[in-house]
Design a binder for this molecule. Structure first.
Ligand SMILES: Cc1cc2nc3c(=O)[nH]c(=O)nc-3n(C[C@H](O)[C@H](O)[C@H](O)COP(=O)(O)OP(=O)(O)OC[C@H]3O[C@@H](n4cnc5c(N)ncnc54)[C@H](O)[C@@H]3O)c2cc1C
Length: 430
């Protein structure tokens, strides 16, 4: 009889709990802990500002997403003592574990950027990375008829690295549909040296911004926000003025990680073996989803692909067997591009997003806008609640990245348009 404690019942924690409920013996105990009882479908946040998703439809009770074999505890984790195999809660007795799975995600830290929480916050500056922010932004966008909108990724890594670009494409379509696109200047400001990290994808996304008359400012590391002049100021003194700023604040790991001895890095992410997903701090602590420091995207799809490996390795650990090292960094994202179209990218640690088809030689087009991909993006909400969270496999889509259908050995398809800064060395966005 073993006790597995899962910290965080968001995307990753829920799917791991439900998978383990099928794999462990009924005599084993599975406990999932979360600080609240509202599971948010985060990909839906992208659509809220455009009135295309209702905030009330994006949340469901956490406990309702978990198998009956899982004990759900609503409580805030204060820290983990990995030497004593104990999870310490703020308002409850500590819980001892045989295995812990850390699935506490990442969080935005608005206060990290100088001046961001000032007079203009939720007046001229917003984020759609929270339900409150996305809802407030919806109301502001509805009344916006002319001026400068700046979409700025303040620092990396962030969850769903393509979401800010999708937001730009949707802005373009939103104002185009209202026949006032020529009155709105849209600028995408990023710390990267291109629109995105991976060369082929960055080139294509850069061209898509250019085609939509969206300016791209690169290598801009936002140091502060000045609401007196409504201006973003970079550490190297450059300035970007705005009438409306849509900001993606810096992300860190969960607060308790900072309060747990030797658990996380300086940003609260947990050093994790990239292929087995065991933590580097203890052999009986596994890490999944945004909480890890592995060089994979912070995305729900990644958490889904990781789930199989984490659960297998929990079982291997409990049986004193060697761990499997099979996670390949597989990520899969639909990139909404406006006017009911989307692109699809599929990649892993070794292979950048490439053109072709997914998941086989016949399938959805990769790195190409299509209505089919847009339908896939919409269908993802159903798949999320009914397949991913349930810990089920998706037919034809395994945990590892499929190679069939991808066009390897290609050169960047289109040149990136010139940007407003000189490229230097590239940065990894995770
Ligand atoms: C705008 C937006 C769009 C996105 N679009 C996509 C997309 O299209 N496709 C995609 O794959 N991904 C997308 N993502 C990313 C995806 O939602 C996340 O990567 C995914 O939810 C990560 O899962 P997780 O379980 O690691 O973290 P979460 O789902 O965030 O869960 C972490 C959980 O830990 C809990 N927790 C934290 N600290 C404590 C504590 N001290 N005590 C108890 N509980 C705690 C939290 O309450 C939370 O429930 C998007 C994200 C955003 C913000």
């Amino acid at each position: 009889m073993s006790t597995v404690v899962i910290i965080g019942a968001g995307t990753a924690g829920t799917l791991v709990a439900n998978r383990l409920a099928k794999q462990l013996s009924p005599n084993d105990t599975i406990i999932a802990i979360d600080q609240d009882n509202s599971h948010l479908y985060q990909p839906g946040l992208l659509f809220v500002p455009f009135g295309k998703a209702k905030p009330s439809k994006l949340t469901r009770p956490r406990a309702g997403q978990l198998s009956k074999q899982v004990t759900y505890i609503q409580g805030s984790v204060a820290n983990i003592d990995t030497k004593d195999n104990t999870v310490v809660l703020k308002d409850r007795p500590p819980i001892r574990y045989d295995v812990a799975v850390i699935a506490s995600g990442s969080r935005i830290v608005i206060e990290e950027t100088e001046g961001l929480i000032g007079d203009g916050w939720l007046k001229d500056a917003f984020t759609f990375y929270s339900l409150e922010g996305a809802t407030a932004l919806r109301d502001r966008l509805a009344g916006f008829t002319s001026g400068r909108i700046v979409v700025n990724v303040i620092d990396l890594p962030i969850k769903c690295p393509v979401a800010p670009l999708e937001f730009c494409f949707l802005l373009d379509a939103f104002f185009g549909d209202r026949s006032i696109r020529d009155k709105v200047k849209i600028t995408y400001v990023t710390p990267l040296d291109g629109a995105f990290t991976k060369p082929v994808c960055s080139s294509i996304l850069g061209s898509m911004l250019h085609d939509r008359n969206i300016d791209l400012i690169t290598e801009f590391n936002t140091g502060s926000v000045d609401y007196a002049r409504n201006t973003l100021i970079s550490y190297d003194g450059r300035e970007v003025p705005f009438d409306l700023a849509v900001l993606i604040p810096p992300h860190t790991g969960a607060e308790f990680v900072f309060n747990s001895q030797d658990l996380g890095d300086d940003f609260g992410f947990i050093p994790t073996e990239p292929k087995s997903l065991v933590s580097k701090v203890a052999k009986n602590v596994f890490v999944i989803g945004d909480a890890t420091d592995i060089p994979a995207s912070k995305a729900g799809s990644v958490a889904h692909f990781e789930g199989e490996v984490v659960c297998n390795n929990v079982l291997h650990y409990l049986r004193s067997e060697p761990l499997e090292e099979t996670f390949d960094g597989h990520a899969n994202c639909f990139i909404e591009s406006g006017h009911n179209k989307a692109m699809l990218i599929d990649f892993n640690y070794e292979t950048e997003p490439l053109p072709g088809k997914f998941p086989l030689r016949i399938g959805a087009p990769l790195l190409k806008e299509s209505k089919l991909n847009h339908l896939g993006k919409l269908a993802f909400a159903w798949v999320y609640w009914h397949v991913l969270l349930k810990g089920r496999d998706i037919p034809l889509i395994g945990s590892q990245m499929p190679r069939s259908g991808k066009q390897f050995l290609i050169q960047p398809v289109r040149e990136v348009m010139p940007t407003q800064s000189q490229p230097t060395q590239s940065q990894d966005s995770h």
